[in-house]
Design a protein around this ligand. Structure first.
Ligand SMILES: Nc1ncnc2c1ncn2[C@@H]1O[C@H](COP(=O)(O)OP(=O)(O)OP(=O)(O)O)[C@@H](O)[C@H]1O
Ligand SMILES: [Mg+2]
Length: 282
């Protein structure tokens, strides 16, 4: 009897990169972290869900023909909306400078989520780069992801807003694994102290355990690389931020490996459908 030896690729893990305050470094993080994972032989796709305000392609100087709304609305297939970024990462642009603000209808979202199933076995990691805070459009995706990486700076307003966002997310989905990166620190101790303050408060008041990833230093090389539109990890591979990002990617993979029951893409999709139904009152 013939046996099928087809190997089904494992499902992607879906990660949401969020913050309370804007401008803390989420998009820069997504690009450099994805390239660091790719250097460790992982296949990564960034989806810019800062729809209409996206800047992922500018950080990489990679012009795109289509953006996520074109895929959402069925204008183009997945193969045409995925662009190739440096360091062999894939990305889907969130688009910018739209003439009209784009609001996703419930029916469109249903079709879009079904279409997303195509991504299931194509990547190891899918990163959603969200805008700051939580919007009506982003909430569904934020709640459904397999895990959250919260980016904050060590400054009090960023920590307070980060906590507010966590409280809002965890009140709706208490089981969502959350880890934290403190960006733009001037010492490692400052970063860890910020995480301790945040995690103590989160544990006490919302019962959420925040996993520590690491801090990333404030680094002029990052600012120069944003200006040059080349990811820092490529332009300045030995800069402090780049070195720390490579270490962060290794710790991240070690943590993910240790979590044997970590959820993956199918669970993301079923949760997204669940929250969509709930939001529609169905
Ligand atoms: N580690 C760092 N060191 C120095 N500057 C940094 C660092 N990380 C980010 N920046 C600076 O912060 C700016 C904002 O970063 P980024 O666009 O990634 O923020 P964001 O959180 O995605 O913002 P938004 O909320 O608007 O989407 C970058 O242009 C860069 O100049
Ligand atoms: Mg951003």
């Amino acid at each position: 009897m013939s046996q099928s030896h087809d190997i089904v690729a494992p499902e992607a893990k879906v990660i949401g990169v969020v913050s309370g305050k804007g401008g803390v470094g989420k998009s820069v993080f997504c690009v450099n972290f994805s390239i660091a994972l790719s250097q460790l032989k992982k296949k990564v796709l960034i989806i810019d869900l800062d729809i209409g305000m996206g800047n992922i392609e500018q950080l990489m100087n990679s012009p795109v023909k289509y953006h996520i709304v074109d895929w959402m609305t069925g204008k183009v297939p997945l193969s045409e909306v995925v662009a190739e970024g440096p360091g062999q990462i894939g990305f889907i642009s969130g688009g910018n400078a739209f003439l009209h603000t784009f609001r996703v209808g419930e029916k469109d979202l249903h079709v879009f989520l079904s279409r997303m199933n195509e991504l299931k076995n194509k990547y190891d990691y899918i990163l959603f780069d969200f805008g700051a805070g939580v919007s009506d459009d982003s909430l569904l995706f934020i709640l459904a992801v397999n895990q959250i990486i919260l980016i904050t700076t060590p400054e009090a307003p960023a920590l307070t807003d980060g906590y507010s966002v966590l409280k809002m997310i965890c009140s709706k989905n208490p089981d969502l694994p959350v880890s934290c990166v403190v960006n733009q620190v001037f010492s490692a101790a400052e970063g860890e102290e910020a995480w301790r303050r945040l995690s103590r408060t989160a544990e006490r008041f919302i019962g959420t355990n925040i996993q520590w990833l690491r801090s990333l230093h404030h680094d002029k090389a990052v600012i120069r690389s944003v200006k040059a539109q080349v990811p820092g990890i490529i332009l300045y591979p030995r800069a402090r931020y780049s070195t720390e990002m490579k270490l962060l990617a290794r710790s991240f993979l070690a943590l993910n490996h240790a979590e044997s029951n970590a959820q993956t893409f199918s669970s993301f999709l079923s949760k997204a459908f669940h929250y969509l139904k709930k939001a529609g009152g169905g």
